[in-house]
Ligand binder design. Sequence first.
Ligand code: C5P
Length: 236
Amino acid sequence: MEKTGVLYAGKAKTVHTTADENLMVLEFRNDTSAFDGEKMEQLDDKGRVNNLFNAYVMQKLQDAGIETHFVKLLSDHESLVRNLKMMPVECVVRNRAAGSLVRRLGVEEGLEVNPPIFEFFLKNDALHDPMINDYHIETFGWATKDQIARMKELTFQVNSVLKDLFAAGGMILVDYKLEFGIFEGRVVLGDEFSPDGCRLWDAKTLEKLDKDRFRQGLGGVVESYIEVARRIGLEL
Ligand code: C5P
């Protein structure tokens, strides 16, 4: 599928248009950012690793009956996806306390969160992605009541599939972020699922295996992503 132009260049991915208005090319770059783009680095091989990781996980979700935008891999760095009308919100589910939840509420890192907590954030760099709730989303027209309910339902379905997948590889899915869009009137999973957008800990040692390695300067970031992939059955 030929790329015809750049629709949007994000912090780690570029979205390219194609001749077919229903299809786009998602390019995974080596750029890695944290703290709203304050910390930026190129990590060798990360684009390839995340592209292949995302393809593998999206396929698992599709096999479990969760509709995603993923169509097929095009190359090491590129995937073909359906062109969703994205809703400007991030859906986060937390199974353990970490990150901004710990900072906001002062709870202990690692605390089991049962039932899991769902949070919405507004996708807005200038405002630093503030936390919002259903009322903000509906009132300001970012999604309808039905779409809000569907995003929650799908995000929790993803939790059941992926918690088990990572647990089988000896890992804890601590939390993750998803983004959804509309395709032919349906709410469909978009964006990506990779260790850039979730927290994964080794179940025995609680070692961090995700992007917190980059945020906290622990090193071995891409090596760790490759290890996570290996543990869920994907040799990179
Ligand atoms: O920072 P916070 O603890 O709220 O992040 C929750 C989860 O969402 C983490 O797994 C983090 O990697 C992910 N996230 C993300 N992109 C953002 C914000 C959070 O992937 N813009």
